[in-house]
Design a protein around this ligand. Sequence first.
Ligand code: KIV
Ligand code: ZN
Length: 385
Amino acid sequence: MRRIEIFDTTLRDGEQSAGVNLHLHEKLEIAHQLERYGVDVLEAGFPASSRGEFQAVQQIARTVKNCVVAGLARSTERDIDAVWEAVREAAQPRLHVFIATSPIHMEYKLRMTPEQVLETAVAAVRYGARHFSDIEWSAEDATRSDWDFLALIIERVIDAGATVINLPDTVGYITPDEYKRMFQYLLERVPNIHRVKLSAHCHDDLGLAVANTLAAIEAGVHQVEGTINGIGERAGNASLEEVGVALAIRKEYYQATTRLNLRETVHTSKLVSKLTGMVVPPNKAVVGVNAFAHESGIHQDGVLKHKLTYEIIRPEMVGWTSNSMVLGKHSGRHAFREKCAELKLELSEAEFEQLFNAFKALTEKKKEITDDDILALYMEMNSQA
Ligand code: KIV
Ligand code: ZN
């Protein structure tokens, strides 16, 4: 079993979600929760972007002790200096420096030739190596870049001092099989690549971020990046809680583990949702309120007989207290009988049938039936008797 390192970028890429703006104390609260959750690397922010951001990264670096604290920099001395000043007091500081490598980004955004990009990338890593022994280098828009150009630039930045090579799917464009093949190609072509850790960073524009991340793990990457609840620029990043649970549930398949404390999953998700104001959709895997709710009679009957019939994850494993049986129009007698017992209703078989029919009739008018609804139906039935 190998260990996959979890790189959390909720406070950097996640905060780039439209409408999200975290204050210093909120960033600190999230950072300390991420430390409890057990992430290996915490990307605290982009220090050169503003004074407030610099201070937040500095405070996080000073107080978070159990993970690597990274700061993001463009490939300029000013940005790299800002990261150093912000994270120099961290127990384990990391520079995360990036430059775009795809033809479209190089020509239209950077207005640089590939040769200039290569030179700038190498110079930035060399500059960073004056202070940092841990340098992550990212090829922005790697998945729309030429693979041979990637091989060349990766070889050079490794020689310049990079210790982690991250290949982001910046615009959420690639598919799992292609992403896996890209890593495999580079592992074969770059002579010094085995000296460094490889990292995957996926965006969710096609809804493939988690699938692509898992494919990269199959290809052999050592680190995966993402955010809590999958928040981030546009459609967001890979949801770390989904990746963490997938690795735990399919451990034998992936032959990999993480250091995540999965019981902190729901708490971490709720905190990030509360402080960012980004609501978690009810059907979101693992952390949505419906993720362990069973409504249909067939599923409820199955789960009441044996949980594994319809639950591949134990809700307690990720911090929920239990699963839930939602009573609605698809529910059957088995779950309804359990609910009557829970509400301590003493019923003969005939009364049970009468109450069940009244409940079914109510589901025609109401989507979800609450305990109070059932008690009201029970009282009505008794008053008519
Ligand atoms: O998506 C991306 O390319 C990034 C880089 C800055 C690492 O977030
Ligand atoms: Zn990103």
